[in-house]
Design a protein around this ligand. Structure first.
Ligand SMILES: Cc1ncc(COP(=O)(O)O)c(C=O)c1O
Length: 393
C-alpha cells in the first residue's frame, strides 16, 4: 500500500472492500508520525511559517486533521464527493435545509424523526418555506405531491419509527423532473447496507450518534454530498455557523467506523431473531420490521439494501403491558436513541416523536401501545430472555 506523506495525499481505496476501507479510512495513519490510530488534533488553531504560507490548516472551525479524516472516510464509504461532520444529526440536517429560500417547498417522509419535523415546523416555516408530509413508501404519492416549487425531497428510509421503506431510485428521478434535490437520512442502515448516492440521491445525512459512532457515547452528525458545488455550500455553513464536530468526538467516530461492518452484521442477525420471536408472542399484536418477507415494501428493500439493520417497532396489547415491560426489563435499557452496542427500548409517543401532534401520531400509528427497539450486540438469547421475562412473567 502507498506511503502517504501529506494530508492531501489520501486515497479513496476503490480497490479495497468496504470492510477494509472502513478500517483504513482516508489517510489511515498520521502522515507526520505514522501513528496507526489517527491522532486527536486537539488544537483550535495552527501556526503559519510566514505570510501566505499555510499548512492547509488555519483554524479548527474551518479544518482540523482529525475531523477531516472522519469526513473523508465517510465520503469514501458513502461513495460521495465530500463529507462533513457536525455536532449532531440535528445540526447536519439544519445545514442541509439552509438550501431553502422563501417560497420553497419540501416534501418529507410522513413519519419522519421528530427532530427533523421540528426543523421544518419551528424554524424554516417561519422564514416562508413550506413543508408537506408524504407517505414515501408509495412512489405515486410522491409523484402527485411534487410541484415546481419543490426544492428538497427529504427521505428517511427505513422510517423512524414505522419502518416504511421508500424507493430512493424512483423518488430521485421524480425530484430531477422539477430540479429538486433528494436528501436521504441513512441513519438506520448506514452505508454498509445502503448507499443512497449510488441510487440517485444528492445528499446523505446521518445522525452519527447512532450506528456510525455505534457505542452510545458521542453525539454527531454527518453530511455527504455528490457535487463540488454542494460541498462548497455545506463548507460555508460550517464556517459561518460553527457547528463542526470536535476533534475527540471525530476520533470516536473514526474508531466506531472501523467495526461498522461487523457491528451491522450482528445487529442485523440479532434483530432478525428478535423480530421473529416477537411475532410469536401473545401480548405482541404487531411487529414492524423491514426484514419480514411480508413487509409491504420488501421488494424495494431487497432492491436497494444489502441488509435489514437492527431496528424493530412493535405494538403490545395494552398500556398496562407497556408499563410492565418498561419497568421489568433488566439488561435492556429504556432510553432514547438507537444504533449502539446496548439494546435500547424507546417509547416514541413521549420520547422521539413527542413533537408531532396527537392527531398525526394516531394517524401514523404511534399510539400508546407502540414501542421501538434498537437491537444491540449482546447475545441474542439474553435479549430474548429479558424481553420474555418482562413481557410474560
Ligand atoms: C433518523 C434520525 N435522524 C436524525 C436524528 C437526529 O440526530 P441527533 O440526535 O444526533 O441530533 C435522529 C435522532 O434520533 C434520528 O433517529
Amino acid at each position: 500500500m502507498k506511503n502517504f506523506s501529506n494530508y492531501n495525499d489520501f486515497s479513496r481505496k476503490e480497490d479495497l472492500h468496504f470492510e477494509s476501507r472502513a478500517v483504513h479510512g482516508a489517510l489511515g495513519n498520521d502522515p507526520i508520525t505514522g501513528a496507526v490510530s489517527f491522532p486527536i488534533y486537539q488544537t483550535s488553531t495552527f501556526r503559519h511559517k510566514g505570510l501566505g504560507q499555510s499548512t492547509g490548516f488555519d483554524y479548527s472551525r474551518l479544518q482540523n486533521p482529525t475531523r477531516q479524516e472522519l469526513e473523508r472516510t465517510m465520503a469514501i464509504l458513502e461513495e460521495g464527493f465530500e463529507g462533513f461532520a457536525f455536532t449532531s444529526g440535528q445540526a447536519a440536517n439544519m445545514a442541509v435545509f439552509m438550501n431553502l429560500n422563501e417560497g420553497d417547498e419540501v416534501l418529507l417522509t410522513d413519519d419522519i424523526y421528530g427532530g427533523t419535523y421540528r426543523i421544518g415546523e419551528d424554524i424554516y416555516r417561519r422564514y416562508g418555506a413550506d413543508f408537506k408530509y408524504v407517505d414515501m413508501s408509495n412512489v405515486e404519492d410522491v409523484r402527485a405531491a411534487v410541484t415546481e416549487k419543490t426544492k428538497i425531497i427529504f427521505i428517511e428510509t427505513p422510517t423512524n419509527p414505522m419502518m416504511k421503506v421508500a424507493d430512493i431510485e424512483e423518488i430521485s428521478k421524480i425530484a430531477k423532473t422539477v430540479g429538486a434535490i433528494t436528501v436521504v437520512d441513512n441513519t438506520f442502515l448506514s452505508p454498509y447496507f445502503q448507499k443512497p448516492l449510488t441510487l440517485g440521491a444528492d445528499i446523505v445525512v446521518h445522525s452519527g450518534t447512532k450506528f456510525i459512532g455505534g457505542h452510545n457515547d458521542a453525539l454527531a452528525g454527518i453530511v455527504v454530498v455528490k457535487t463540488p458545488e454542494m460541498a462548497e455550500f455545506i463548507r460555508g455553513q460550517i464556517k459561518t455557523q460553527g457547528n463542526m464536530l470536535a476533534p475527540f468526538d471525530s476520533w470516536l467516530l473514526i474508531r466506531g467506523l472501523k467495526t461498522l461492518p461487523l457491528r451491522m452484521d450482528r445487529h442485523n442477525e440479532n434483530a432478525m431473531k428478535v423480530a421473529n420471536w416477537l411475532r410469536t408472542q401473545p401480548k405482541v399484536t404487531k411487529v414492524y420490521y423491514v426484514g419480514f418477507e411480508d413487509h409491504i415494501n420488501y421488494d424495494v428493500t431487497k432492491k436497494q439494501t444489502s441488509g435489514f439493520g437492527g431496528m424493530i417497532s412493535f405494538n403490545v396489547d395494552s398500556l398496562e403491558t407497556v408499563e410492565k415491560l418498561l419497568s421489568k426489563l433488566d439488561m435492556i435499557m429504556f432510553a432514547e436513541s438507537l444504533g449502539g452496542t446496548e439494546t435500547l427500548i424507546t417509547y416514541p409517543r413521549t420520547q422521539t416523536h413527542e413533537s408531532l401532534t396527537e392527531e398525526t401520531r394516531q394517524k401514523l400509528g404511534i399510539t400508546e401501545t407502540f414501542l421501538r427497539l434498537s437491537v444491540g450486540l449482546e447475545h441474542v438469547d439474553d435479549i430474548i430472555k429479558d424481553l420474555d421475562q418482562a413481557l410474560n412473567s
